[in-house]
Structure formats: structure tokens, C-alpha cells
Design a protein around this ligand. Structure first.
Ligand code: GLC
Length: 753
């Protein structure tokens, strides 16, 4: 074994020792409600009966598409299912159709092995919630668990067993369209939300028919795509990989995630679907993951395009031996690999292991007992869009709104203005609030921002709506005059600008994250009329809005909030709700600053106003427009009394931190209190600070609360120059406050034992 391999193995084992030893992990592997011994006997017995072709058939996942005459099941699918050549389907939902294909599998195939039916249930199923990045702005893991639970109830009611979610990719580059699908730039916040969403989807017992297999994706470092271009290479240091991109996957594994999906990208020259080290050694042997790994869409075939396989058969061998158990859509495993096994180029044991993982997943869901337990027309009829679900959608939408600016307290607006102009086609749009990856979300279910405002205001208020630009082009030609007339007639203005739902999500990257089209020109004209104006951003990714940030008196970041976007925005605009969200991702001033993130390292010449020769730009200030963790409120909060419980601790000990936070304003409000840690000096450079604890709390006016946080040893650890996970003695600094720029600090020392 080469020295490098020895180091990597030592690293992995050391990492495992420290990370599993850490009490920071409050998640335990969720009990899946299955007797592992009985499951082994059952699966051993079934595998012994299966032919090689049937085992490889279990590894084949078809992409669903309607039959030749539109309403039947495609003949080839029926044939493959009958021949035991399909183990799962992507994209088939609805009790009627899915029951039929399941019947064919169970009654017309030789061994009657039921199918797994999977779909992307990313932020809701029919009841659509805020996009994951939007929901991450709530900084509320319990809420994320609740919305995932509802999504599982609705998806399982439509026959689905498996969701390809949560997407846990850390993203530091908002040019990348899929930043919308994750939890932003921080591994700690992202890890807690990943675990919460896994718990929501899987519940505490996968054998319950309203629980579904979750899938942590995309393993790994997909968010590191070079130039923010989806599917592009990822070239990062091993330290960045292990300290930034991998932790949320580890949290998902600790929460008991049943499946993991490979990422399209390569990492440092090795495509993830051929990355046996990260899949078999880190994910499986290092972290103890025992579920199945599914490829991304045609990613096994794509190993040829990456240039690491010359033929489909080689790609199949590489994928399967690297630990990718299920081949999504390529059809390489079941068509090419039987011959490879017979020629001795692929071990039958590897096939058995992958087939076992698929059969175990089916067993955990109870499908061998009752293959039709997810096909219940009554549940489908009563649970989809249930009023309780819509109430949760309203709660999630409201808690995800971030107040970015509120000069002169222009917000909240008076609850009954005489007149109001609502400008911007996005305000009336019922599609954008669904965001990308909307599952079964329907525009007809969405209450638009304009409708939410109208429903909120009394009849006496005149509401003048004008689109101001077209969708999806955001072209203002011929619409400006009418918009400005509406502004001139009104006492106050709501200007809704941003992106369509198609401008973020998969393969939807932008080279310029400014406002698309003529929106800025419209904003300048509207604000030029001098009326009290509130800008409502409706977008998938952080936007570069330097002129608005400078000139708009009030800005709400509302993302794509789902089916109850309108009422949520209206509650906040008119003061029924006080916004308490915080940014889970940095907003650059301009695209040229990207990548820009809060947990950066210092450099030898950190930017300084008074030092030309320091790390900054000629044409933009080096700081972000709005930093990670930032968000205002209609009230104010003050922090004081920060204290650490001991001035020094030994290596491996935890540190308790205490401080007070007070609502110093005149109304109740939520605050996400945040705690950051800096390792002042290390044998390698360390982030200027990193999030180690937070809590969203509610305080009445004048109310104060003493917060007690614990900083765990693993949070003081890092990978040294030899990639050994370690904690080094030295000075540490704790910062607490309402954003990543918190200044209230205290120090402590870690001393050698
Ligand atoms: C897509 C996405 C992945 C999704 C899969 C199935 O290409 O990369 O996130 O789960 O295909 O739809």
C-alpha cells in the first residue's frame, strides 16, 4: 500500500475516532423498526434463489415515461419488470399507475420482488414549501423536519417509496443554479438541516407506510463546480473537502439516511461514480453507512465522457466496484455486466452486495410483506393538500423571510393604507413561488404575492397593480409608463423583482447574478418617484443588487416560498408577523467577488482601507453586500455578558459559553442567536471564524434571555498539513451575535494535556 493510501486510511480512522466520539452529534442512527437478523435471513434466502441477471436487474432503475399510446405502461418496461430486469423506477407516481406496475412485478415475475418507486421530493410534494435555500433562512431544523414529514406523507400517499432528497451540497458560488436546492454555505447549519430533513422523510420507522427512504445527495462536493457551471470539475484541497463539503453528508448518515446519491462531478480528477475511496472507505467503512448508493441520472454512462472508461461495460464495472449500487437510467448494469461476471472481469460478490442493499431497502419499507401498502387511494384523496399541510406551508414561508434593509422603519406598512401600488409581474405570478424541483406542486395552488396583499388589505385600500416587465424575459418595453402612473397614484409602493423559477436549479447557472432584464431600470424609475417603496426579492440564489441596496429604503428577501407565499409576504409587509430569518449564504456586491463566503481564511494581507497593498479590489468594496447569518427585525436586539466557563481547557475538553440577549425594541421578535469560533493560531491557516452553535428564539419587548452554548472538541479540530484530524493547543476566540460579523467576543485557551 502506498504511503498516500496509508495516510488517507489513517486520516479516515482518526476522523472516525474524533467525529463519532464527539457529543456535538445529538443525532443517533434512527431505529428503522426492522429486525436486522430476520432481514438477513430473508435476504440471504432470496439472493440464493436469484440468477445473476435477476440480481443485476435489481440494480437497474428506469426513468418512467408514458406508454406508446400515452396512457399505458411502456411495453419494454412491462417486459423488463416481468423478466426481473428492473428494481426501481424514477418518476412514477399516482396510485393507479404505480399499482399496476407493482402488480406486474409481484404477480408476473419469477420471484415477485416488489419495485421501489422514487421521485425528487425536494421541498414538498403537492403542498409546496419554500425552496430548501429559502427554508434554510429560517435557521429552524425542527421546521425543516416538519415540512419533510409532510412531504413524505403526501408523496407516500401517491405510491412513492423513496425521495432523492435532502440535497446537502454546500455551495459558495451563487452562479451555480443548484444553490437553490441546498442549505447554503455553512457545513454546520447544512449538517443540522440535512439530519432534520432525513428524520422528516424517514420518520422513526421506515416500515410505516407514510415514511419514505431519504437520499443524501450529491456525494460529494457538487457545489464546488468550477466557475459555478453545473457538472463542471471540482478541484479543491482535501482539507476543504473534509472540512466543508463532507460534514453535512456525515450528519445525514448519523441521522440514519437510507440512501446516498453520487454526484455528477469529479473531485480532483476522480469522477464521484468511480470514487471507491470516498464511497467505500470514507462513506461506508469510515462513517458506517449501510444503505444503498444510487447513481445520478445516466452518470454511470457518463464515466465514458469523463474519460475514465472506454466502454459501457468498463463504466459499469468501475461504477459497481466503486460502490454505486443502483444504475439510474444508463441500463449498463443489467445489460452489460452479466457478461463481465461470466468473463471473470467483475466479481459476483460485488453484484450480490449491491443487490443485497436494494433488497434490504425494500425489506425495511415492508414491501415484501405488503407490496401495495403505499397504494391507498383513500390516503391519496384525503392527505394531498390537507389544510394542516397548508398551515405548515404558511408557517414555513413566513419564517423564511429575511429583512435585509428597513431605513426609517418604513416597514411594517400601515395595515390599511389608502392606496398601494404593487409593481412587478412576479407579484402576480403563481409559478415562480414554486421554485425549481417542485414535485407535484401546481401553480393553481399558489397564492401569489399580489393576491396575498389584496386578501390582507381592507376593501377601502385601492391596490394598483402593474407588471412593469414581462415574464420570463423581464422586458420592460411599453410597460414603464403604466407602472409609473400607478406609483404616482399610490401612497406607497411594493416593487417585486427577482428571477423566474427556471433561472436556478439544475443546469441553470448565470454568469451575472444581477437582476435579469429591465428590472433595474424599472426600479430606478419607480424609486425616482419618491414614494415610500419596499422592494420584495423573489429569487432562487443570492443576487447582486448594489444599486437597490444603496437606494431602496426597505428590502425583503422572500426567495420562492411555495404555495402560501402571498399570505406570508403580506403578513410581514403589514406587520402581523415580524421577520426573523437570517441569510444562509453570503450576498456578494457584484458577481466578480465570487467565491465569497464568511468562513474564509485571513491571508497574509487581509483587506484594510489604509493599506493599498492588501487583499481587495479597485472597483468594489471587499466586504459582502449582506453577510452570512444577517437579517434584521422590526425590533432590535442587544447582546452582552459573554463569558466562557473556564479560561483554559485541555485538548479534547468542551467549552461552555454563556451570554445574554435582550429585545431592546417595542415589539415581539425572533432572533437567531449565533455563536462563532476562531482558532487564532494553527499549524495550518484556519477560518477567521466558523459557526458552531445557534438557536432561533422569540423575545417579548424588553425581555432578556441567558443563552448557554457548548463548543465541542470536534468543533475545535481540523485537518493538519498531514491531513490528520487534530486539536492543537492555543488561543481560541468566541464571537456571539445576530450575524457572522458578530463582534462581542471572549477568549479561552486550549492547553496540552
Ligand atoms: C437529476 C439530478 C438529481 C435528481 C436526478 C433524478 O439529474 O442531478 O438531483 O435526483 O436527476 O431526477
Amino acid at each position: 500500500m502506498t504511503l498516500t493510501r496509508k495516510i488517507s486510511l489513517v486520516t479516515t480512522l482518526l476522523y472516525l475516532l474524533i467525529s463519532t466520539a464527539s457529543p456535538a452529534r445529538t443525532q443517533t442512527v434512527r431505529e428503522r423498526g426492522v429486525d436486522e437478523g430476520k432481514m438477513k435471513v430473508f435476504v440471504d434466502d432470496l439472493l440464493a434463489k436469484m440468477t445473476l441477471e435477476e440480481k443485476l436487474g435489481q440494480l437497474n432503475q428506469h426513468r418512467w415515461s408514458w406508454g406508446e399510446n400515452g396512457d399505458s405502461i411502456r411495453q419494454i418496461y412491462q417486459k423488463n419488470v416481468r423478466d426481473g430486469q428492473a428494481g426501481s423506477f424514477l418518476g412514477l407516481q399516482g396510485v393507479a399507475y404505480s399499482a399496476e406496475i407493482q402488480r406486474i412485478a409481484v404477480e408476473e415475475s419469477r420471484l415477485g420482488i416488489p419495485l421501489l418507486l422514487a421521485q425528487d421530493v425536494i421541498h414538498g410534494w403537492r403542498t409546496t414549501f419554500p425552496t430548501p435555500l429559502g427554508e434554510a433562512s429560517s435557521w429552524d431544523p425542527a421546521l425543516a423536519e416538519k415540512t419533510a414529514r409532510v412531504a413524505a406523507v403526501e408523496a407516500s400517499a401517491q405510491g412513492l417509496h423513496w425521495t432523492f432528497a435532502p440535497m446537502v451540497d454546500v455551495a459558495r458560488d451563487p452562479r451555480w443554479g443548484r444553490i437553490v436546492e441546498g442549505a447554503g454555505e455553512d457545513p454546520y447549519l447544512g449538517g443540522l438541516l440535512a439530519a432534520a430533513r432525513v428524520r422528516g422523510f424517514q420518520g422513526t420507522d421506515l416500515s410505516q407506510p407514510n415514511t419514505i427512504l431519504a437520499c443524501a445527495k450529491h456525494f460529494a462536493a457538487y457545489g464546488g463546480a468550477e466557475a459555478g457551471r453545473d457538472y463542471n470539475i471540482v478541484d479543491i484541497s482535501p482539507r476543504t473537502l473534509f472540512e466543508i463539503y463532507l460534514p453535512p453528508f456525515h450528519r445525514a448518515v448519523e441521522a440514519g439516511v437510507a440512501t446516498v446519491m453520487g454526484a455528477f462531478n469529479e473531485v480532483n480528477g476522480v469522477p464521484m461514480h468511480a470514487n471507491g475511496y470516498l464511497i467505500n472507505e470514507v462513506l461506508r467503512n469510515g462513517w458506517g453507512f449501510r444503505g444503498l448508493v444510487v447513481s445520478d441520472y445516466t452518470a454511470i454512462m457518463e464515466l465514458q465522457r469523463h474519460g475514465v472508461a472506454a466502454t459501457p461495460a468498463e463504466a459499469g464495472i468501475l461504477g459497481l466496484t466503486s460502490g454505486v449500487d443502483v444504475d439510474m437510467v444508463s441500463e449498463i448494469y443489467h445489460l452489460e455486466l452479466p457478461q463481465m461476471v461470466r468473463e471473470g472481469r467483475l466479481s459476483g460478490a460485488v453484484v450480490d452486495q449491491a443487490a443485497r442493499r436494494v433488497l434490504e431497502a425494500k425489506y425495511r419499507l415492508g414491501l415484501f410483506e405488503d407490496p401495495f401498502r403505499y397504494h391507498n387511494a383513500e390516503r391519496e384523496k384525503t392527505l394531498i393538500l390537507h389544510p394542516d399541510h397548508l398551515q405548515i406551508a404558511l408557517e414555513a414561508a413566513t419564517k423564511s423571510i429575511v429583512l435585509l434593509k428597513n431605513d426609517h422603519g418604513i416597514l411594517p406598512l400601515p395595515p390599511a393604507p389608502g392606496s398601494l401600488a404593487v409593481i412587478g409581474a412576479l407579484a402576480a405570478d403563481q409559478d415562480a413561488p414554486l421554485g425549481p424541483w417542485r414535485g407535484q406542486g401546481m401553480a393553481e395552488d399558489v397564492v401569489s404575492v399580489l393576491s396575498g396583499i389584496r386578501e390582507k388589505l381592507p376593501q377601502s385600500t385601492s391596490v394598483y397593480y402593474q407588471p412593469g416587465y414581462t415574464l420570463p424575459e423581464f422586458a420592460g418595453e411599453g410597460l414603464m409608463e403604466a407602472a409609473l402612473q400607478a406609483v404616482d397614484q399610490a401612497e406607497a409602493v411594493i416593487l417585486v423583482v427577482g428571477e423566474t423559477a427556471r433561472m436556478s436549479g439544475e443546469a441553470s447557472n448565470r454568469t451575472d447574478i444581477g437582476l435579469p432584464g429591465d428590472q433595474l431600470a424599472l426600479a430606478k424609475a419607480v424609486l425616482g418617484r419618491g414614494k415610500p417603496t419596499v422592494v420584495v426579492l423573489m429569487n432562487g440564489r443570492p443576487l447582486a443588487i448594489p444599486w437597490l441596496a444603496e437606494n431602496a429604503p426597505a428590502i425583503l428577501e422572500t426567495w420562492f416560498l411555495g404555495v402560501r407565499m402571498g399570505p406570508a409576504v403580506a403578513k410581514v409587509l403589514f406587520g402581523e408577523e415580524n421577520p426573523g430569518g437570517k441569510l444562509p449564504v453570503t450576498f456578494p456586491r457584484v458577481t466578480g467577488q465570487i467565491p465569497i463566503y464568511y468562513n474564509h481564511r485571513s491571508t497574509g494581507r487581509p483587506p484594510r482601507e489604509d493599506d493599498f497593498f492588501s487583499s481587495k479590489y479597485l472597483d468594489a468594496h471587499w466586504t459582502p453586500q449582506f453577510p452570512f447569518g444577517f437579517g434584521l427585525s422590526y425590533t432590535t436586539f442587544a447582546y452582552d455578558g459573554l463569558a466562557v466557563d473556564r479560561e483554559s481547557i485541555g485538548v479534547g475538553e468542551k467549552m461552555a459559553v454563556r451570554f445574554q440577549v435582550r429585545n431592546t425594541g417595542t415589539r415581539k421578535g425572533d432572533e437567531v442567536v449565533q455563536c462563532y469560533l476562531q482558532d487564532n493560531v494553527g499549524s495550518v491557516t484556519r477560518p477567521v471564524r466558523q459557526l458552531v452553535a445557534f438557536e432561533r428564539i422569540t423575545l417579548q419587548p424588553g425581555e432578556a434571555k441567558t443563552m448557554n452554548f457548548t463548543i465541542y472538541p470536534e468543533q475545535m479540530s481540523f485537518y493538519n498539513s498531514g491531513m490528520q484530524k487534530t486539536i492543537e493547543p492555543g488561543q481560541f476566540t468566541v464571537f456571539v451575535g445576530g450575524s457572522s460579523t458578530a463582534e462581542l467576543s471572549a477568549g479561552f485557551e486550549v492547553v496540552a494535556n
